[in-house]
Design a protein around this ligand. Structure first.
Ligand code: PEP
Ligand code: MN
Length: 357
């Protein structure tokens, strides 16, 4: 897949790349006032939702095509590039006709290959940057599939936005970050710029800084932050929007870490620590192998005595004990639980093979 660098987008490739602007376009004044504030703090790309795919009907569904004129005015007055969300072919045609510089595909659209393909077909022959948000569900293949569909239309200015994943049980954030999905996307597509959306992950203005910092610590290349001249009165996502001045504060406070260092001492000590980790990882694997040998013995015993594999009480005991150990050892409960679930699943698979051999 051919992926151009961010420099080709016509922006100054500073890190982090920042896209900011309101969740929704509401009026020309709201757009211009917000845009002026953002321009003043050095933001290069202005975002605004023109068509809003809302989860439930009856919410504000976007101002529609008239907002495209306001985007044009913002561009003319501030010189910023403009970006909006497209979800079907009409959106693509209208946005391109009105000179929107960058298009993005929303999370609800990325989850639907029919819709992504329709957008891709409408993009054939266009030379416009397209950013693909992660689908609402943590399905990396679906995310990559959406990127591939857009690339298949000949789009080479590509990027991804990490905006978190829906969950039934609401945690601290509106959407679960599941950073491991993003790390895996980066491993699979190292050339693809990945931008973090702390507004939609956090769902609340108070979390924007901490999520942005985490994204920078993980080496993501940019941020898309929802900003509004009067957040409290916003017609959508009011809780998570901040003023342009607050965007400036977040950016000021961010610690941007180097990808690498020339400091010889640092490199040496990092090498040594990594060697230690490699040895310990090998020890972990050896222990797991020993554990699985015991599991095989149990499997044979169960087979001889015609006993079922899953013993729920025993499994519950293991998880409870592990959680207590987690607290003592300073691990998160979530980690220990996931770790033991993975081990348990492998144990079940091994026993299954033995019982059905
Ligand atoms: C948005 O960026 O305003 C938006 C609707 O985001 P998402 O598709 O991530 O929900
Ligand atoms: Mn929004």
């Amino acid at each position: 897949m051919k992926i151009d660098t961010l420099e080709t987008w016509g922006i100054d490739p500073t890190r982090p790349l920042v896209i900011s602007g309101p969740c929704s376009a509401e009026s020309e004044e709201q757009m211009l006032e917000t845009a002026r504030g953002l321009k003043a703090i050095g933001v290069q790309i202005f975002r605004a939702g023109i068509w809003k795919p809302r989860t439930r009907p009856g919410m504000f569904e976007g101002i529609g095509s008239q907002g495209l004129k306001w985007l044009k005015t913002v561009k003319k007055e501030t010189g910023m590039l403009t970006a909006t969300e497209v979800a079907n072919k009409e959106h693509v045609y209208e946005a391109l006709k009105m000179g929107v510089d960058i298009l993005w595909i929303g999370a609800r659209t990325s989850a639907n290959p029919f819709a992504v393909q329709e957008v891709a077909d409408a993009l054939q022959g266009a030379d416009v940057p397209v950013i693909v948000k992660n689908p609402v569900n943590p399905d990396l293949e679906l995310w990559i599939g959406a990127i591939e569909r857009i690339a298949g239309a000949g789009i080479t200015k590509l990027a991804a936005i990490h905006r978190g994943f829906s969950a039934f049980d609401k945690g601290k954030y509106r959407n679960e970050p599941r950073w491991q999905v993003v790390i895996e996307l980066h491993r699979r597509m190292p050339e693809l710029p990945i931008i973090c959306d702390p507004s939609h992950i956090g769902g609340d203005s108070q979390y924007i800084f901490e999520i942005s910092q985490k994204a920078m610590d993980l080496g993501l290349c940019g941020l898309i932050i929802e900003a509004h001249n009067n957040p409290a009165e916003a017609w959508s996502d009011a809780k998570q929007q901040i003023t342009p001045a607050q965007v400036g504060e977040v950016l000021q406070k961010l610690v941007i870490r180097q990808t690498n260092s020339d400091n010889v001492e640092f490199k040496q000590s990092l090498d040594e620590l990594r060697q230690k980790i490699d040895v310990l990882d090998n020890d972990v694997l050896n222990l797991l192998q020993q554990r699985m040998e015991v599991v095989k013995e149990i499997g044979k015993n169960k087979k001889e005595n015609n006993i079922q594999i899953l013993q729920s009480d025993r499994w519950a005991q293991i998880v409870e004990k592990a959680k207590k150990e987690a607290a003592v050892r300073g691990f998160s409960e979530e980690f220990v639980e996931q770790f033991f679930k993975a081990i348990h699943q492998e144990s079940i698979n091994i026993q299954n093979n033995i019982l059905n051999a």
